[in-house]
Structure formats: C-alpha cells, structure tokens
Design a protein around this ligand. Structure first.
Ligand code: KIV
Ligand code: ZN
Length: 432
C-alpha cells in the first residue's frame, strides 16, 4: 500500500542546449579521496590516501578534493602531511569540503595553513525535502546558512593571503531544489564573495541523488547558467551520482548545457551507486577524438591502485577498464576483428569492428582481444595461432581444426589458451 509519488521535475521553458557533442575537455576535479572515501566500508588509511593521491597527480588532475578535515582527524592529518611534506605539485589545487558552519570552517582553515593553492568547498543543503524534514527551516533560514558560511570562508581567507584561495559553493541536492531558489541562494553567496571574471569562484551543482533522466539535469544546468547573476565570474561545476545508472550521461549532457567543470571519481566509487566515473567520461571523449587532458594510458595501474585503496573490485565489463571489454568470444566477432586488424595501420584512424578504441591506448594488448571458448569460430583460433606461434593455417585446416578446439572448450568449460591450442593442433595433425 505504499503511495508512489512520482518525481516532479521543474518545468523549464525554451530549452536551447545544443544537440551536439562535447568539443573540449572540462576542468576535472577528483573527489575519490572524499566522496569516494566516505562511501567505503573501510575508509582509506593515510597510507592508502597517499598512494591514491600520487595516482591522481599522475593521471593529471589539477584539482583534487582530499578530504573533509573538519570532520575527520585522519583527513586533517593527511592534509597536514600533504602541505608539510611538500607533496602537492605547484600546479595542483588541493580541495577540502566543509559544511557551512563557523566552527567547522575555522578547523578547515587550520588544516590548510601553509598551502600554496587551495579550494575551500563549502556546502549546505537547499532541497525542499531537507528544508522541510531535516532542518525544519524555511527558505530564508537556509539561505542565511549559505550567506554566513560564505562570509566566514572569506574572512578566514583574508587572514592568510600567503595562500592562493579559490572558493567553491555547493547547494547540496541542487536537483531537488526549486530552480529559482537555487539561483537566489547562489546569487546571495556571490554577493558576499564578489568574484570577477579574472577571479572566479566555483559553483558546484550536485545531483546528490540522481532522480531524473539526464536531459532534466541538463535543463536545470542550462536554467541555472541563464539566470544566475554573475555567470561570467564563476565556473559552473557538475557533481553527479549514479542512482539511476546515468551519472556519466548526466555529466555529458550537463557539459553540453553549459557547465565548465566536473567532479567525479576514477572508476565510479562514491556514495551508494557511486559518483560519475571519470574514466568512462574521459574515454568516451577520447573515442570521439577529443583529448580529455587526462592520462588514462596505464589502465592496469589505475585499476590496481583503486582496488588496493577502496578494496572494491572493478567489474570485468566496466567500460574501457574491465578485464573482458577488449575480448571477443563469438566466432563472427573474432572473424570481423581479425579482418579489421589486418587492415589497420598506425597512421589510419582507428576503425575496427567491435572495438571502440585501440586497446593499446589504455595499455592493453591485442593478445587479450581474441580469446577462444566453445562459442569461438575458426577466425579467433587461426588468429591466436598466427599471433602467438606464427602458424598460418590454410582455410581448409581452420575448418577442420575449429570443431576440435570447441570440443575441448566444451569439455573443460572455459577458455582454451594459446599453448593448449597449439598442443591440440600438434597432436591432431602432426602425429606420426
Ligand atoms: O553529492 C553531493 O551533494 C556532495 C556535496 C557535498 C557536493 O557530495
Ligand atoms: Zn556527492
């Protein structure tokens, strides 16, 4: 007898976000060490955070949210270690999250003492649900929290001019907030901060819980960009979660709708179903010829660090990263791949059936592309023997040999590796 209340999106007229592709890389911010970390069964240790931070720097993030230092002693110590041990490259901003509460903001600034560059990310929830049921506060009360938080952030920064500060504000649960109210709150925050086109602030618009189709999120981003007062003095940032499985799609449409920046995590760890997966979004861009300005060419290292730090396994079918995503078992796929690979040369754009990118671009090899099991055809078998042992079987022999391999695969119930295939070939055709 549960009453089902459908989500009622805010109606937005005159939608004009363009029906085109993404044309350039956004500014990326990694929230692996904060949103990702807070969702883990076992939060990362300082050692794991250090290892993860090094990976994020190597991948090329210039903005890295390293924790919530006012809420966690471990995060506080980690921020201190980064600064005191001079671990942050000169072109990287460390970003820290804080609620819009004076005592938490004060502690946040303590953690950042001596930082070269830092983003102070202050947030409060603005959604109807949280206003009515959690805070029991009206709109004015919620706006006041944001304004006071913004004031406090500014006052502390002014006391420490040795650091290059960037201010960031998130109306948490932006997507569950009336759009005109979200704009009103952000206008009030920027009235305090007084950004200029040369000294921008970051306004981050979270889909804290993904509750709509991605086009709705894009509509909300467009509405915001058109109606907020100081659009030219802010970087509009996206922060999507994956509750409906569309975190990447929402981020992609949000960029097309006018945003400049995106927060996400490597391989999608984060609260509940995770944050937007930066690997997928960046590689989607890459596969369409857009340089994502991140180095994802050593996917195995990324996977191994992410797994070691989060203790979560990467799914074998994870886009671009999973163990099986450059593997074809079916005979017709193997045959097509083999033919296309034979035509492919390094000077030609990648154009291989069933392989959206060249596996070498993420550090994988062709050997992984073709694996032989009971569904495989002669193409895959011939390809493997030729690649591994230089054995070029004539077509009639491929036809004779493939049922023998399939029989073995059926009997053993798995993949027939190259060595077993060669042994089988020798014992079937080269005896006596
Ligand atoms: O999902 C969210 O709203 C957040 C904010 C704190 C930015 O993580
Ligand atoms: Zn989040």
């Amino acid at each position: 007898h549960t009453k089902y209340t459908p989500f009622k999106p805010v109606a937005i007229k005159d939608r004009t976000w363009p029906d085109n592709d993404i044309t350039h890389a956004p500014i990326w911010s990694s929230v692996d060490l904060r949103d990702g970390n807070q969702a883990l069964v076992e939060p990362m240790t300082v050692e794991q955070k250090k290892q993860f931070f090094a990976l994020l720097v190597d991948v090329g993030f210039k903005e890295i949210e390293v924790g919530f230092p006012a809420a966690s002693q471990l995060d506080f110590d980690f921020v201190r270690w980064l600064i005191e041990e001079n671990q942050v490259p000169d072109d990287v901003y460390i970003q820290v999250l804080t609620q819009a509460r004076p005592e938490l903001i004060e502690r946040t600034y303590k953690s950042l003492k001596g930082a070269k560059k830092a983003i102070v990310h202050v947030y409060n929830s603005t959604s109807t649900t949280q206003r009515e049921q959690v805070f029991r506060m009206d709109k004015e009360g919620v706006k006041k929290i944001a304004i006071n938080g913004a004031k406090c952030v500014k006052e502390h920064a002014e006391k420490h001019p040795e650091t290059e500060w960037v201010f960031q504000y998130s109306p948490e649960s932006f997507t569950g907030t009336e759009m005109d109210f979200a704009v009103e709150v952000v206008d009030a925050v920027t009235d305090v901060w007084q950004p200029t086109p040369d000294n921008k602030v970051i306004i981050n618009l979270p889909a804290t819980v993904e509750v709509s189709t991605p086009n709705r999120y894009a509509d909300q981003i467009e509405y915001f960009c058109r109606n907020v007062q100081k659009r030219d003095s802010m970087l509009v940032s996206l922060h999507t979660h994956n509750d409906r499985g569309c975190g990447v799609a929402a981020a992609e449409l949000g960029i097309m709708a006018g945003a400049d920046r995106i927060e996400g995590t490597l391989l999608g760890n984060g609260e509940r179903t995770g944050n937007m997966d930066v690997v997928t979004m960046a590689m989607n861009m890459y596969s369409q010829g857009i340089d994502p300005k991140l180095s994802l060419n050593d996917m195995d290292r990324i996977i191994s660090v992410v797994q070691a730090c989060t203790l979560l396994q990467v799914h074998p079918r994870h886009p671009y990263a999973g163990e099986l995503v450059f593997t074809a078992f079916s005979g017709s796929h193997q045959d097509a791949i083999k033919k296309c690979l034979a035509n492919q040369t390094d000077d030609k754009p990648w154009d291989v059936a069933y392989l959206p990118i060249d596996p070498r671009d993420v550090g994988r090899s062709y050997q992984e592309v073709i694996r032989v099991n009971s569904q495989s055809g002669k193409g895959g078998i011939a390809y493997t023997l030729e690649q591994e042992y230089g054995l070029a079987l004539p077509r009639w022999l491929q036809v004779e040999f493939s049922p023998i391999v399939q029989q073995l695969a059926e009997k053993d119930g798995g993949v027939v590796d190259a060595q077993s295939m060669k042994d089988l070939f020798e014992s079937s055709f080269m005896t006596g």
